[in-house]
Design a protein around this ligand. Structure first.
Ligand code: ATP
Ligand code: MG
Length: 245
């Protein structure tokens, strides 16, 4: 079967720094696939390249058979690939409602008939547990609510694929469990999930497949149980911890 998303030999460098070198991977349709790796491994850069925020210096990203690398972020979003940001970035001066409305108006493959817009926004806010104060400005939201708003904005574009960059990290244990459940429900709706996460409980509990990056190179991939005992992966994490400590 053709993977819903794939990378062929993708490279991205910033002056002398190889943020990604020759990265290949495939994401199976309907899966929850995780991208892990120590700080600076190139994970967010990979999302930037997939979502069109940055063009790769080499290689290609495909959405099914179609090459999407080189397209603008709004075009990629309209094809059905939505993302959330590690450093969440709502329109701070806009209300929660209008943040979702912008995504709904500009990010969808098929524009929604205007008579259905309000009901759709309502339903997205309900899913993201944000119905309490739709008129609140995004700048007044707590960190958890901002993460929920990221999910809501992505969901409002009616995506086939969601790229979630550290959506669990930074939450309390109870909030993290809730967010994991949210991710499961999104996946249950048929949305393929690509997840960057440092919280291993989330990675191990959610993913069917894990891709490991280290210094811009894919050093391993496989099922969670195999990745957990992969010597090179363990070395990458312990090595970096050792350098810091
Ligand atoms: N725009 C940029 N200009 C220069 N260097 C960059 C840029 N973006 C990322 N880098 C560098 O590329 C490398 C990979 O960064 P990236 O943000 O992709 O890592 P990451 O795996 O997401 O890390 P973290 O877990 O800390 O979020 C890092 O060394 C980073 O400093
Ligand atoms: Mg990152």
């Amino acid at each position: 079967m053709v993977p819903i998303l794939s990378a062929q030999n993708v490279s991205k460098h910033f002056r002398g720094l190889e943020a990604l070198s020759g990265v290949d991977f495939q994401v199976a349709e309907g899966s929850i696939t995780s991208v892990i790796g120590p700080n600076g491994a190139g994970k967010t850069t990979l999302f930037n390249v997939i979502a069109g925020n940055q063009a790769p210096n080499g290689g290609q990203i495909r959405f099914r058979e179609r090459v999407i690398s080189g397209l603008a972020p709004n075009s990629i979003c309209r094809l059905g690939i939505a993302r959330t940001y590690q450093n969440v970035r709502p329109f701070l001066g806009l209300s929660v409602w209008n943040n979702v409305k912008v995504a709904l108006l500009f990010g969808r493959r098929e524009p929604l008939p205007s008579a259905r817009e309000d009901a759709e926004i309502e339903s997205v806010l309900e899913f993201a547990q944000l119905t309490a104060h739709p008129a609140r400005k995004a700048e007044t939201l707590t960190p958890l609510e901002r993460k929920r708003l990221e999910i809501a904005r992505a969901l409002a574009t009616d995506p086939e694929v969601m790229l979630l960059d550290e959506i669990v990290a930074g939450l309390s244990p109870a909030e993290a469990l809730q967010m994991m459940e949210t991710i499961r429900v999104l996946n249950g709706r048929g949305i393929t999930i690509l997840l960057i996460e440092h919280v291993m409980k989330a990675v191990m509990g959610l993913s069917s497949h894990i891709i490991v990056l280290h210094h811009g190179v894919k050093i391993a991939e496989g099922a969670p149980k195999d990745i957990a005992r992969d010597q090179e992966v363990i070395r990458a994490y312990l090595g970096d911890a050792g350098e810091e400590g």
